[in-house]
Design a binder for this molecule. Structure first.
Ligand code: PHE
Length: 344
């Protein structure tokens, strides 16, 4: 038996040596190692043997199969090497050709702006507090001094869920309540955090408004925190963000959760305040809403408003990115168009 196996092995290896291209190599593989090949045939015979012969026979056939498989792999490699050598020689492979550039990913423009904002606030001692995207109506509105039916609810059209009172946050301000309750230890600890995140509003999508956008909320709670602290802190931020010479302007405004409230403008850095298309010829760009935390909100956060005070702000990183790069249409941000994203 082993004699005839030896002959078979010699035959097979000899045939393999004759294979000089892919086709003949494949044909050889089918003939010897295929589903209906020689090896399989030999394996099938095992059942017809007397029991005591089966084991040695099986071992021998396995050895045969191993030898053929190894020889096949070696032959395949040798043929490939030979082809490569031939191609090189004949110049079919131009090794002086420049390589294809590899596509590398980049950071989304919003992410870039967010990281810049985090870094500046971190330098001023603000920690990042992540609040939730899915909020309850109370925290998003009522605890922020916006009771049901308050007209201010119309300022922000809300995405409701099928769960009663569960909504997508329309701004990052509900994080103020969560941060105060979570970090304040019953209104006894000062707080200095930023609360970045995505906000959602049920709005018509236009070049100027989207249903989702980032905000970076800021919250400072302490004793004797005053409006001058708010103004100084924001001014320091604007200088870091937009340049040493950036002028900042505070405009009286209204938010239910701050009193007094102010809109924050920076001098348009695209036209140096001369007036241009981006700043709508006013010379100023609005970057944030802000104000002194309303006593009711302090109380809802667990603080005694006769002992504690604070300021808050909410800035829009997409707006800043738009201004920085002169982006004409806010819809580009979440459209996932690679031609837009590649530019940053
Ligand atoms: N939440 C306000 C908005 O979405 C911005 C704001 C935040 C205003 C904090 C004052 C204080 O427009």
């Amino acid at each position: 038996m082993s004699d005839s196996l030896q002959t078979l092995t010699d035959e097979a290896l000899h045939a393999l040596e004759q294979c000089a291209d892919d086709d003949s190599l494949q044909a050889w593989k089918v003939k010897y190692l295929g589903q209906k090949g020689v090896v399989r045939d030999l394996m099938n015979k095992i059942a017809s043997l007397p029991v005591e012969e089966r084991k040695p026979y099986g071992l021998a056939v396995n050895g045969f199969k191993e030898a053929l498989s190894h020889a096949y792999e070696a032959r395949l490699q040798a043929l490939q090497d030979a082809k490569l050598a031939r191609d090189l020689e004949e110049g079919a492979l131009d090794i002086t050709m420049p390589g294809r550039p590899r596509q590398v990913g980049g950071l989304h423009p919003s992410t870039q702006t967010l990281r810049q904002i985090y870094a500046i606030w971190a330098d001023m001692g603000f920690q990042v507090y992540k609040s939730r995207d899915v909020e309850d109506d109370d925290t998003n509105f009522t605890l922020l001094n916006i009771p049901p039916h308050h007209p201010a609810r119309d300022m922000q059209d809300t995405f409701y869920t099928t769960e009663p009172n569960i909504i997508l946050r329309t701004h990052t301000s509900p994080g103020q309540i969560r941060a105060m309750r979570d970090l304040g230890q019953g209104g006894t600890q000062p707080i200095r955090v930023i609360l970045p995140g995505m906000c959602y509003r049920y709005e018509q999508i236009t070049p100027r408004s989207e249903v989702q956008f980032h905000q970076v909320e800021g919250l400072v709670i302490g004793r004797n925190i005053r409006m001058s602290d708010l103004k100084g802190t924001i001014t320091a931020f604007a200088r870091r963000m937009f340049g040493e010479q950036a002028a900042v302007r505070f405009r009286a405004s209204y938010f239910p959760f701050t009193e007094p409230s102010m809109e924050i403008d920076v001098e348009c850095f695209l036209c140096d305040g001369q007036g241009c298309r981006i700043c709508k010829h006013s010379g100023w760009l609005e970057i944030a809403g802000s104000g002194m935390v309303h006593p009711t909100v302090l109380r809802n956060g667990g603080y005694d408003p006769t002992q504690w005070s604070g300021f808050a702000f909410g800035m829009g990183p997409e707006r800043m990115t738009i201004l920085k790069h002169g982006i004409e249409d806010i819809r580009y941000f979440w459209a996932n168009d690679i031609r837009f994203l590649e530019q940053f």
